[in-house]
Design a protein around this ligand. Structure first.
Ligand SMILES: [Zn+2]
Length: 191
């Protein structure tokens, strides 16, 4: 159970765009566009307000590096979209606000890396810098810092500390690529 719950802490970088949700209602919160139904939008705002109050710098980081938030599976980010689009699964959005905040910081960190290196690297190198193992460890570390600031339960942090940054490599061939993405979409990893 705990493993399942905590999987949302280690989300991935989106490879393919997703179709818009049927019940989507776009709303704006301090410049960020949220594109779910009423309950999803309300929930995301609740988490953002929680972050703003309790972890101001991480809140600002999320607002800077994520431009849109939408519901979907898996929790992930499209760093190439303008503005970057973060997808949040229901489990992530409606679970513990601390874990949702952690997922947002994780995804914003991928977006930060993309911004930092875009235009300086070839496409494949940029993807590796943004979504490779080292990138995942960077994102995980930012989540750890946030969770520590929020006074999260020790087992949340311990779980993240045990990650090796390879969680997106579902088929364990050493790379995170389209093959892994297909497996993720088929629910081989349910978050
Ligand atoms: Zn990630």
């Amino acid at each position: 159970m705990a493993q399942q719950l905590l999987r949302i802490l280690i989300s991935i970088t989106l490879i393919i765009g997703l179709a818009p949700s049927v019940h989507a209602k776009n709303i704006h919160y301090e410049g960020l566009r949220i594109e779910g139904d009423d309950s999803f939008n309300k929930q995301v705002i609740k988490v953002l307000k929680y972050m703003k109050q309790n972890a101001r710098s991480e809140y600002e980081y999320v607002m800077k590096y994520i431009g849109r938030i939408r519901p979907g599976i898996p929790t992930s980010i499209n760093t190439r979209a303008r503005p970057p689009v973060c997808t949040l699964s229901e489990k992530t959005a409606f679970g513990d606000p601390m874990l949702c905040a952690s997922a947002l910081v994780h995804e914003a960190s991928h977006s930060y890396l993309h911004q930092k290196y875009k235009g300086k690297l070839k496409r494949n190198e940029l993807f590796a810098k943004t979504a490779g193992r080292e990138a995942e460890l960077f994102c995980i570390n930012n989540s750890i810092k946030l969770l520590q600031k929020l006074g999260a339960p020790k087992y949340y942090i311990d779980y993240l500390k045990k990650q090796d940054g390879r969680h997106a490599d579902v088929n364990k061939d050493g790379w995170y690529d389209y093959e892994d993405w297909k497996l993720l979409k088929q629910g081989k990893r349910k978050n």
